[in-house]
Design a protein around this ligand. Structure first.
Ligand SMILES: Nc1nc2c(ncn2[C@@H]2O[C@H](COP(=O)(O)OP(=O)(O)OP(=O)(O)O)[C@@H](O)[C@H]2O)c(=O)[nH]1
Length: 391
């Protein structure tokens, strides 16, 4: 998709922002979408809906007043049978003639089915050459039902993945939970995703400013905020609330320039971050990502990174990946004011072996392994030649 660099330089047309709206069955996606479309400022927006089962209902439920039209995909699920149709629809939307004087399509919101896995959808959007030129992923918004969320997140893998990869999480139906004593889904959400801001849809405040423009480049302010995009407090202290790695103290002590901050897990879905405080050779990052993707690519639900390279220390590199796919790297013009210059890779994975990933990262970036004596560390190094033993 179009790089932050290109979009800020004015050399290429502004990319169309893509928002994926997901959430388990009946969680309140269409209701939220209608509220968003009614808010001022949400203009030049097309909506793509996808429903599993009886076709046509969501299309009728979405109000078209302020949107650029609602397009309904065929019966079937976006994450499997109608992915190709989604790509074709997006290409058509971007190229269709516009009335003269029209300022152009600015945004497309895709509402997924309640059972959709957002990861293959992201992968499709990230790898199609036609889309890469015209669209930029703005973010994934996941709706969680205040009443049914705890059970859905405990029992349904799709619900877990939707929350795990989200950039923003919205709690719906808080009004229905009042006085019921129903357990709030906060802890289940934090265990899956401690980085995404959690927004109460019923707090009466406008939603658009909180749910849209959560990509690395903010077209409204004209600035890049990679820390907000990574789901971290801006620059200074990047630790987040929510679940934290119980072994963090030990890691920090043993690895003087490799720190581990936020860490959350929920069954097989977990997230953790890799940090390197020294500038890193681009080849080292490239090699690390290549090997990680080829060995564990299918287990990576989402990866976001800000890289402090030796080659361009003044210009951070932004990386975004899904499964084994990596979005073309984009370079920011400069580090945001007050930012700590470091490499930070946020990984959300499913059955992704954290120790292996950490060891691989340390092997490429020159870090020391925390938990193994030197000889064992060498022999079990993920880069070691299979079968080779040191004499
Ligand atoms: N009271 C209340 N009802 C809500 C809220 N959000 C959604 N609903 C209701 O919940 C039901 C399902 O909402 P939808 O917006 O259709 O949910 P959805 O996620 O689009 O549903 P599917 O597309 O079938 O997965 C509807 O009857 C809504 O009116 C809320 O915050 N409060």
């Amino acid at each position: 998709m179009a790089s932050a660099d290109a979009s800020s330089s004015g050399q290429t047309p502004r990319p169309i922002r893509l928002t994926i709206l997901t959430g388990f069955l009946g969680s309140g996606k269409t209701t939220l979408l209608n509220r968003l479309l009614r808010e001022p400022g949400v203009t030049n927006t097309a909506v793509v809906v996808n429903e599993f089962g009886e076709a046509g209902i969501d299309q009728l439920l979405v109000e078209t007043a302020s949107s650029d039209g609602v397009i309904e995909l065929s019966d079937g699920c976006l994450c499997c049978s109608v992915r190709g149709e989604l790509v074709e629809t997006l290409v058509t939307l971007a190229t269709r003639p516009r009335p003269s004087g029209d300022s152009g399509l600015e945004r497309v919101i895709i509402e997924t089915t309640g059972l959709a896995d957002p990861v293959p959808i992201l992968a499709s959007l990230m790898t199609h050459p036609g889309l890469l030129e015209t669209y930029a992923l703005d973010g994934v918004v996941a709706v969680v039902d205040r009443l049914a969320g705890v059970q859905n997140l405990a029992e349904r893998e799709e619900a877990q993945r939707q929350v795990a990869v989200a950039d923003r999480i919205v709690i719906s139906k808080a009004d229905l939970a009042l006085g019921t004593g129903a357990e709030p889904p906060d802890a289940a959400i934090a265990a899956l995703n401690s980085r995404a801001p959690v927004i109460d849809a019923g707090d009466g405040r406008p939603l658009a400013s909180r749910l849209l423009n959560c990509g690395v480049y903010d077209p409204v302010s004209g600035t890049a905020d990679p820390y907000r995009w990574l789901g971290l407090e801006s620059g200074a202290d990047t630790r987040t609330s929510g679940a934290r790695d119980h072994a963090q103290g030990a890691d920090d002590a043993a690895l003087p320039h490799h720190h581990d901050h936020a860490h959350a897990h929920h069954g097989a879905v977990r997230s953790f971050s890799l940090v390197c405080l020294e500038p890193v050779a681009w080849d080292a990052i490239d090699g690390f990502l290549d090997l990680l993707r080829s060995t564990k690519g299918q287990r990576i639900l989402r990866m976001k990174a800000l890289v402090h390279t030796r080659e361009y220390p003044e210009r951070p590199v932004v990386l975004h990946g899904v499964q084994g796919y990596l979005h073309p790297p984009a370079q920011l013009p400069a580090w945001p004011a007050g930012a700590r210059r470091e490499t930070r890779i946020v990984l959300i994975g499913e059955a992704l072996p954290e120790t292996y990933v950490r060891d691989l990262f340390a092997a490429f970036t020159g870090g020391v392994r925390a938990d193994a004596p030197d000889r064992t560390a060498l022999e079990t190094n993920p880069l070691a030649v299979p079968g080779h033993r040191f004499g």
